[in-house]
Design a protein around this ligand. Structure first.
Ligand SMILES: [Zn+2]
Length: 221
C-alpha cells in the first residue's frame, strides 16, 4: 500500500493519517518529521537543508525529494507507506513519480479528504483555547460548561488569531490554489479518490478504509 493523503486544514488529516498507517502496518511519513530527523542527524541533505532554513529560505525541491527518497528506502517502508505533507507541488510529484517508477513501486492511491468550506470554517472558528492551561474546547462539538471559562482551571477561553474566520478563509484559499494543480496531476493518472471527511473520526476512517481496501493486496483474497 503506497498512499498519499491530501486534505485541507480542518479536515482531520493528522488523525486519519495515524489511523490508516496503523491499520495497514505502514509507516506514516511526514515531510516535517523527515526534515527534522535529517537536520538533527546531520546527514548531508540535512546539513544542506539547514543552510537554507538558517537563511530563512525555503528548502529546495531536490533536497526535500532526496530526503523522502532516502526515507522510502528504509526497511519499514518496503511494504508501503503513507505520505503526509508531500508532495506539495507538481514538480515534487513528478520527481516522486520518477523515483517510484525507477524502483518499480508505483503509488496505489491518492486519498483526498474532502469537506465543505462552511463545515471547515465552523470547525476551526469554533475552537477556544484556555489562556492558562492550553486546553482546547469547541463551541459546538465540545463546549465548556460555562461560557468563556475553562472547565479544568477556570482560565479565560480565547480564540487564537489562527482560528479567526478571515484567517481561516484565507488559509483555505491558499491551500486550494496550491493543491489544485497537484490534484489534477493525480486525477489525470486515475489515482485520485475522495473521502467525505464528515462525521466522527471513526466514520471518516470507515469511509477511508472502504476505499483503501480496494487497493490492499492483503484484503483482495
Ligand atoms: Zn484551563
Amino acid at each position: 500500500m503506497r498512499i498519499i493523503l491530501l486534505g485541507p486544514p480542518g479536515a482531520g488529516k493528522g488523525t486519519q493519517a495515524v489511523r490508516i498507517a496503523e491499520a495497514y502496518g505502514i509507516p506514516h511519513i511526514s515531510t516535517g518529521d523527515i526534515l527534522r530527523a535529517n537536520v538533527k542527524g546531520g546527514t548531508p541533505l540535512g546539513t544542506e537543508a539547514k543552510r537554507y532554513m538558517d537563511a530563512g529560505d525555503l528548502v529546495p525541491d531536490d533536497v526535500i525529494v532526496g530526503m523522502v527518497g532516502d526515507r522510502l528506502e528504509q526497511p519499514d517502508a518496503t511494504e508501503g507507506f503513507l505520505l503526509d505533507g508531500f508532495p506539495r507541488t507538481v514538480p515534487q510529484a513528478r520527481s516522486l513519480e520518477d523515483l517510484l517508477v525507477e524502483r518499480e513501486t508505483p503509488l496505489s492511491v491518492v486519498l483526498r479528504l474532502s469537506v465543505a468550506k462552511d463545515e471547515v470554517v465552523q470547525r476551526l472558528t469554533g475552537r477556544r483555547t484556555c489562556a492558562d492551561c492550553g486546553r482546547i474546547f469547541h463551541l459546538v462539538h465540545d463546549p465548556p460548561s460555562e461560557a468563556h471559562r475553562c472547565d479544568e482551571c477556570g482560565g479565560e477561553l480565547q480564540q487564537r488569531d489562527d482560528d479567526r474566520e478571515d484567517v481561516v478563509l484565507n488559509r483555505l484559499e491558499v491551500y486550494a490554489a496550491q493543491t489544485e494543480p497537484l490534484e489534477h496531476f493525480y486525477w489525470e493518472r486515475g489515482l485520485l479518490r475522495d473521502v467525505e471527511a464528515v462525521g466522527s473520526p471513526d466514520e471518516v476512517f470507515a469511509s477511508a478504509r472502504a476505499i483503501l481496501d480496494e487497493y490492499d493486496p492483503a484484503s483482495r483474497g
